[in-house]
Ligand binder design. Structure first.
Ligand code: ZN
Length: 192
């Protein structure tokens, strides 16, 4: 939550909004170091710039305790949850861009499918679309070249792939990282 106060200048008679603090909590409080709080502020600025670029309403970033489920972040119905561990990760920019992509793509509606296999496939396609949209977001909002943006996502996916190879969990709805990378590079063939 962002608390803002309005300090009225005594003589001037105009209001000066001051950003006071990010209070980050999901259920039980996650207490963050000052460095982590700076990262959260960066992430929130990235989210705000993305919402502005796509004419969407503001999306709030919430931090949740770290898990071992292979999930760096998740997007659900207008809320963006980031795993506490991501705040110190080199993959932070990629994960944030990917979760914001779900928001920009409006991935709020229920998945349609007659069977679990169909639901899984529908989610896999959303994940692939989110990777591609993340590239666009990095270009528009972070002013990366297409090549830099593709590289940012691919580098993160390679890291996820190494964890998967060592027996790490594959988050539900995701194809193995190598397949997600192949799909992304097929969409941006000049960034191979
Ligand atoms: Zn995703």
């Amino acid at each position: 939550m962002i608390a803002s106060i309005h300090a009225r200048k005594s003589m001037g008679g105009y209001q000066l909004p001051i950003l006071v603090a990010f209070a980050v909590a999901v259920g039980s409080c996650v207490s963050l170091t000052p460095q982590q709080q700076d990262k959260v502020a960066d992430v929130q600025r990235f989210a705000d710039a993305t919402a502005a670029a796509y004419n969407l309403s503001r999306i709030r970033v919430a931090i949740e305790p770290g898990t071992n489920l292979g999930i760096g972040g998740r997007y659900r119905q207008g809320n963006f949850y980031l795993n506490e561990r991501m705040l110190g990760s080199r993959g932070l920019t990629a994960v944030v861009a990917h979760e914001l992509a779900h928001y920009v793509l409006g991935h709020d509606t229920r998945l349609q499918g007659a069977s679990m296999a169909e639901l899984q496939r529908a989610q896999e396609l959303r994940e692939l679309d989110a990777n591609a949209k993340a590239v666009e977001i990095l270009m528009r909002v972070k002013e990366m070249t297409q090549r830099e943006a593709v590289q940012t996502i691919v580098t993160h996916l390679r890291g996820a792939g190494r964890l998967q190879d060592r027996g790490g969990a594959l988050a539900w709805g995701h194809r193995p990282a190598a397949e997600e990378i192949a799909d992304l590079l097929a969409r941006f063939p000049d960034s191979r």
